[in-house]
Design a protein around this ligand. Sequence first.
Ligand SMILES: Nc1ncnc2c1ncn2[C@@H]1O[C@H](COP(=O)(O)OP(=O)(O)OP(=O)(O)O)[C@@H](O)[C@H]1O
Ligand SMILES: [Mg+2]
Length: 214
Amino acid sequence: MPTEQPARRGRFITLEGIDGAGKSTHLTFIRDWLASRGVDAVFTREPGGTPLGEDIRKLLLAVDSQVSLNAEALLAFAARQQHIDGVIAPALAAGRYLVSDRFTDSTYAFQGGGRGIPFERIRVLEDWVQQGLQPDLTLLFDLPLDVAAQRMSCTRTLDRFEQEAADFHQRVREAYLARAAAEPHRFAMLDSSRGIAEIQADIAIHLQNLLERG
Ligand SMILES: Nc1ncnc2c1ncn2[C@@H]1O[C@H](COP(=O)(O)OP(=O)(O)OP(=O)(O)O)[C@@H](O)[C@H]1O
Ligand SMILES: [Mg+2]
């Protein structure tokens, strides 16, 4: 009789960084890397990841949206709740990997660092919505603002956050760095000012370590 393999525990990976840091660029690499090792993975993003979440994303990113400070954070967490309930928790429970382009560190960085909502207030929402759920690995793509801005300028129309002034993005970057320093076991810091191949060699090491953790 064939022995049944115990289900491999699902892993939760998040990608974070200022706008233009390279998250979307490296998502494809991560997808290929995991697929080549036979890892069953779901790829998703925030805000978004569900039909309701994608509608909320549009409200949050539209340049003409009139969203108050706390409403912005609450909308982000409403989308996140739907995402967790409908996508993230079921995937992890089924033993799948789940990779999200942004998660709660983005709320700390943008609404906390960028807009100035106290981190303790965000933590209340995080506890309520996540009930202890945390990523196993967060890849933080870090680079100077001017490099990110230069990379973005040739490729897109800027959304409501991307249109913010440089000091906003500087506070976002600093909030990310502070979070990474506070939780070194979860965060992998990647110097994203380097070339794509160099960064991806590092990403592969972090993914391999996660895989070996079982
Ligand atoms: N290491 C790199 N070297 C040079 N260019 C890069 C590098 N990484 C990404 N880019 C380019 O920079 C631009 C922004 O990258 P990307 O869209 O992946 O960032 P992002 O973090 O997903 O941004 P956003 O948060 O706005 O979605 C793209 O044009 C991409 O091709
Ligand atoms: Mg992107």
